[in-house]
Design a protein around this ligand. Structure first.
Ligand code: 5AD
Ligand code: SF4
Length: 437
């Protein structure tokens, strides 16, 4: 029988993006064929996120929309995978119109489940594993010619009180440095230029022989042109790590350090394991060693018990640090987390007001920072041609997105003169081919 075609739809974080490519590899190896147009697919796999309620609601909405495709294609299979799938499985819940659900630790079972569906007449399948697995020796099937993610660990056990991840990706497992380097070498052979090491708390990596600064250094000693990592936990950020970033010629001068809140009272309730003073000290040490480093962060407003004063402390620290970029969220109450039981909850209207205030100030900071780039020369890794032919998209050594004009190709590193901003995105012209290692 001819194997079916599949289409992958991805929500959520970089780990989910990686996992979708892992699923692509697992299905392709079994003879299934990936298509890039969902209307041509026999199977639609939705890789989902449960970090905020909004992410889950979007998936429910999309599942409803997909039922319309079924009218033309009665045999269409719809699968839900990822963190939200695991969350539903654990709670014993289902979504109407979904044929199978698989959590992040059971992806190798997907082909068997799909094969089984034929004979079971599209029955929903639910399975569970107790602990995170590493998929040793199974490497994601890349569909980007320039850049790739490589996880160094899977799962999380930090238990920040707002976060669902430790419940849906249970436990923490370190990949061996050997397996990581094998995946990296394979990617480099295929021409990949940029590698981003991944983990829910990536700098916690330690396989008992090699720690995170160690694996970062090992990967930087390969022929990779650009190397980054995401997402760091301030608690595990050490001077040794800062030194490795400073010394690695091909390592992005960028670190994403989620602060979450500027109030010590809230940080404690979040179980973040640092104070704002300790965080500030880390920023000072980092900037001292690497003055041009780009610092980015995540902030949650409206955590249970957050007063106006607590929020003002977050505003103050944001003004003081001047992050290059920030992902800013309203707290979303997640069943199963311990913050779910914390009171008082902050009204939606207050959360929305605080978020708007924070976004306004952060956007001003980004604009000022990007204006400072005008007139400078930047080394840019070219990624792809933008839509509507409006130049090439690339990234500076600080991992800042820029749009550049000139003759180049994806994967090239070029020297660019920044000439202005488009919105807040720096734009420039290629003045030299740069080096192409
Ligand atoms: N509500 C809002 N934001 C959250 N995040 C994690 N859990 C929640 C939640 N319950 C944010 C954190 C984290 C980022 C990936 O998502 O800021 O760093
Ligand atoms: Fe990623 Fe966490 Fe969302 Fe899962 S719940 S997709 S790990 S952000």
């Amino acid at each position: 029988m001819k194997k079916k075609s599949f289409y992958l739809l991805t929500y959520g974080c970089q780990m989910n993006e990686y996992d979708s490519r892992l699923i692509a590899e697992i299905l392709s190896k079994e003879g299934y064929k990936e298509v890039k147009d969902e209307s041509k697919a026999d199977i639609i796999v939705m890789n989902t996120c449960s970090v905020r309620k909004h992410a889950e609601q979007r998936v429910v909405g999309r599942t409803g929309d997909l039922q319309r495709l079924r009218e033309d294609k009665p045999g269409l299979i719809i699968g839900l995978v990822g963190c939200m799938a695991q969350n539903l499985i654990d709670k014993g819940e289902k979504i109407k119109g979904v044929d199978f659900m698989v959590g992040p630790d059971n992806y190798e079972e997907i082909p068997r489940i799909i094969d089984g569906l034929d004979s079971l007449d599209s029955l929903a399948m639910v399975i569970k594993k107790e602990k995170t697995i590493l998929y040793e020796g199974v490497y994601a099937r890349q569909d980007n010619s320039v850049s790739a993610f490589v996880p160094v660990m899977r799962g999380c056990e930090n238990f920040c009180t707002y976060c669902i991840v430790p419940y849906v990706r249970v436990g923490l497992q370190m990949r061996s440095s050997k397996d990581i380097l094998n995946e990296v070498r394979g990617l480099l052979k295929k021409g990949i230029k940029e590698i981003i090491l991944l983990g829910q708390s990536v700098n916690q990596y330690d396989d008992s022989k090699v720690d995170f600064p160690g694996i970062l250094k090992m990967v930087s000693e390969t022929s990779v042109s650009r190397l980054g990592f995401f997402t760091s936990h301030p608690y595990y950020t050490t001077q040794k790590l800062i030194d490795v970033i400073a010394e690695g010629e091909n390592i992005y001068k960028w670190i994403h350090l989620p602060l979450q809140s500027g109030s010590n009272k809230i940080l404690k309730k979040m179980n973040r394991k640092y104070t704002k003073e300790r965080y500030m000290e880390l920023i000072s040490k980092t900037r001292e060693k690497i003055p041009n480093i780009s610092l980015t962060t995540d902030i949650i407003v409206g955590f249970p018990g957050e007063t106006d004063e607590d929020f003002q402390e977050t505003m103050e620290i944001m003004k003081e640090i001047q992050f290059d970029f920030a992902y800013m969220f309203k707290y979303s109450d997640r069943e199963r987390t311990s913050a779910y039981n914390l009171k008082p909850k902050i009204p939606e209207s207050v959360k929305a007001k605080r978020l708007a205030e924070l976004i306004e100030i952060q956007h001003k900071i980004i604009r000022i920072k990007n204006e400072q780039l005008i007139g400078t020369i930047q080394e840019v890794l070219v990624e792809y041609k933008g839509r509507k032919n409006n130049g090439w998209r690339g990234k500076t050594k600080q991992n800042k997105i820029v749009v550049v004009e000139g003759k180049t190709l994806p994967g090239e590193i070029v020297k660019v003169k920044i000439t202005g901003l488009n919105g807040w995105t720096p734009c420039g012209v290629i003045i030299d081919k740069g080096k192409n290692t």
